[in-house]
Design a protein around this ligand. Sequence first.
Ligand code: S3P
Length: 447
Amino acid sequence: MSHSTQPQPMTARRSGPLKGNALVPGDKSVSHRALILGALAVGETRITGLLESQDIIDTARAMEAFGATVERVGERVGEGEWRVQGVGVGGFSSPEAVIDCGNSGTGVRLIMGAMATTPITATFTGDASLSRRPMRRITGPLELFGAQVTAREGEFLPVTIQGAADPLPLRYHTPVASAQIKSAVLLAGLNAPGETVVIEAEPTRDHTERMLAGFGATIRTEITHEGHVITLTGRPELRPCTVAVPRDPSSAAFPVAAALIVPGSEIRVEGVSRNPTRDGLYHVLAEMGADLTWENDRTEGGEPVADLTVRHGPLHGVTVAPERAASMIDEFPILSVIAAFAEGSTVMNGVAELRVKESDRIDAMAVGLRANGARVEDTPDSMTVHGTGGLQGGATVATHLDHRIAMSFLAAGLVSERPITVDDASPIMTSFPDFVALMRALGADLG
Ligand code: S3P
């Protein structure tokens, strides 16, 4: 749902060493997909470890609006055990009301894909942040399947989609590295006859492909001279599954970063994803000299994970290879904070996609870091942070309805000379409702 709550300012102050175990919540990307594929399967899907954040609740409500039944098992919020009664591929019905996806780009884009090849009509809306984000990248390929789309100024929410009655399968090259585009096309391809093919030049997170295979779809990925070529056979009967959602590596990045920059810290984060389409940050941190110890490699919910111990220590600036960008796209805001506390410059190239996230993240980080004393340069597709080993702090930062901007500056304020305030911490509810409690339990001074 779109929120009309008052902004909730929050301040982070210099803290003693962070210590303890950080149990971060379920993965946001996997949680959206589990609900959507559960709704498209025939029968009951059980989901454990579901992220119970606002973005995911909005997707759950949307699946109900299309005809599925979605309910939490048991009374206790936060346990994350859910049941979905699916209606089958092609079984969605037209929602009676507008679908409000709140703050979630992943939610709205994947759901648009999932309904666009069924002859029903739906209108999608969202909050002020989502209403500024580009939708043509999704509605364009959906029109090629045969859907009819009306969008504000041809690009923005509200968007109304009349699903194709006679969809055509599609062979589609994604114009930018985006798992949301890839996933919307694959979900639309589920109810098209024949084979739908998505070709991406750079690999992006592959949870949709892994989960479709788990639900019984025929899907294969080949690496050719064109890039990653993903082929899905349409009109499968999806079998309901039990999905165990792994912990979210993008949420884990915040306590990890805080432990790296707060002197004397040592924390353990269990079950961090080692999926190569998600673990770019950890490679960059190792190159910066971070003290990271991985143990207990295993598979959880179909994803490779391990336990990570992080210790504070000196860090140095690096140049991040642009090929890494897709595997750490959500981690650049917190990397730019870590970079300010490193010695020397950290250069992040090929990151133009950051400008169309929940906020323009290059601008939000550059403005906020500068206000707190860092030297930062930015271009349309790059950001460079000149680290000095510390940050002055003392300023209030605008978070622009962006959870990751809020969490990044709250981590920075734990070690800056003067406190850092964010103008609104409420967007953190979209992805990491327990962030403040978890960080306080480690010793962070947030309030
Ligand atoms: C996501 C894909 C990424 C990421 C977003 C989640 C997903 O967006 O930024 O937070 O679950 O598919 P793009 O695919 O648009 O890069």
